[in-house]
Design a protein around this ligand. Structure first.
Ligand SMILES: [Mn+2]
Length: 355
């Protein structure tokens, strides 16, 4: 198992690699090329530059999060073959650079959504919070304004201004795209990309919906165990895998996280561990990682991961903003560093108890 931190690159992240490298037991980062738009080919020289910058600090580039899927592929328009070809080129280029893990998601328009980015907790720390009641009174374009008004100037992945400009055409693009159609479009994509992944040994991990329920009547196909089982059954290949994000799936109390890990554990290629605290019906905040701070049993999930033999890349997910850190919401150094240390402690204890 490899312990990672998400890192947005020298220009996109306020946390220097040196500081990440000082976290005990860390192996590397999962990175991205922030200048790449969905559908672009990632060229070998650009990937190499990222890889070398990471390795210069004695860290490994353990995977890419994410290589975004162009909307033409998700909506299934005539242009999709061209963008799938580009995706395949990117997969080949990553493999040529020795990168064998790619996270992606297949969500129309909204990759993730929260209604407060800096919700103040009783102890003065800040969390991301989601409240369905707020969303119910909004239309989708207002969601953009809400998120960007709270971002404190940080560029938030998935909420870029370019996307807002194209927003109305995006909404039109997905008109008539039902859950079934979206799923069929995922099948079309995977049938073309997975054979290449197998050839060059790149494992994909699809990221679940955050929150894991419908949003503005847009179709969602990565909400629960049933959805994820359908996806891994599209093609029975270790390359066709899941990114288990506990804070995404776990935000719905109906999702039994241990059951999910037990059922699809053999196809979990990447893990994001984070805790959430339920505050009411479809209302939750992202808490500190400890089981005692949220509603999820982190020990039970870690034990399930150990028991299914999970042996890939794992990272702490969003933390709170603490100690007056000025950072992108969810991606501060301090709370995630405490989170990873706690998770490593759980892991060591479980492995040793198992003998
Ligand atoms: Mn996640």
């Amino acid at each position: 198992m490899k312990w990672a931190f998400r890192w947005y690159g020298e220009k996109g992240d306020s946390i220097p690699l040196k500081h990440i490298g000082q976290i005990p037991g860390i192996n590397g980062i999962v990175g991205t090329l922030l200048n790449k738009l969905p559908g672009d080919v990632w060229e070998i020289d650009e990937i190499t530059e990222l890889k070398q910058s990471v390795e210069a600090k004695n860290l490994e580039l353990l995977g890419i999060e994410s290589v975004a899927i162009h909307d033409a592929i998700k909506a299934g328009t005539d242009e999709r073959d061209m963008y799938i070809d580009n995706y395949i080129k990117t997969v080949r280029n990553l493999a040529a650079c020795g990168i064998n893990l790619v996270c992606y998601s297949f969500k129309p328009i909204f990759g993730w959504a929260k209604t407060e980015l800096f919700y103040e907790n009783e102890d003065g720390s800040f969390s991301l919070l989601y409240d369905q009641a707020v969303v119910d009174n909004m239309d989708p374009s207002e969601m953009y304004k809400l998120i960007n008004s709270q971002s404190k100037g940080f560029k938030l992945p998935g909420w870029e201004e370019e996307r807002l400009i194209k927003f109305n055409s995006l909404i039109q693009l997905y008109e008539g795209v039902t859950e079934e159609k979206l799923f069929d479009n995922l099948v079309y994509f995977l049938e073309r990309v997975i054979p290449v992944c197998e050839e060059v040994d790149v494992k994909l991990g699809i990221h679940p919906d955050d929150p894991p329920w419908e949003l503005f009547d847009l179709p969602r196909i990565t909400k629960n165990l049933n959805d994820l089982e359908k996806i891994i059954n599209i093609i029975d290949s270790p390359c066709n895998g899941i990114t288990l994000c506990t804070g995404s799936l776990g935000a719905n109390p109906e999702n039994d996280m241990v059951e999910i890990i037990n059922k699809i554990g053999h196809r979990i290629n990447f893990v994001h561990l984070r805790n959430v605290k339920f505050l009411g019906e479809r209302k939750f905040k992202e808490s500190a990682h400890l089981s005692t701070e949220g509603s999820l049993d982190m020990h039970a999930m870690m034990k399930a991961l150990v028991d299914v033999g999970f042996d890939s890349v794992i990272r702490p997910d969003h933390g709170r903003t603490i100690w007056e850190e000025e950072v992108m919401p969810g991606y501060g150094l301090y709370d995630r560093a405490m989170g990873i240390t706690y998770l490593q402690g759980l892991h060591e204890s479980i492995v040793k108890m198992n003998g």
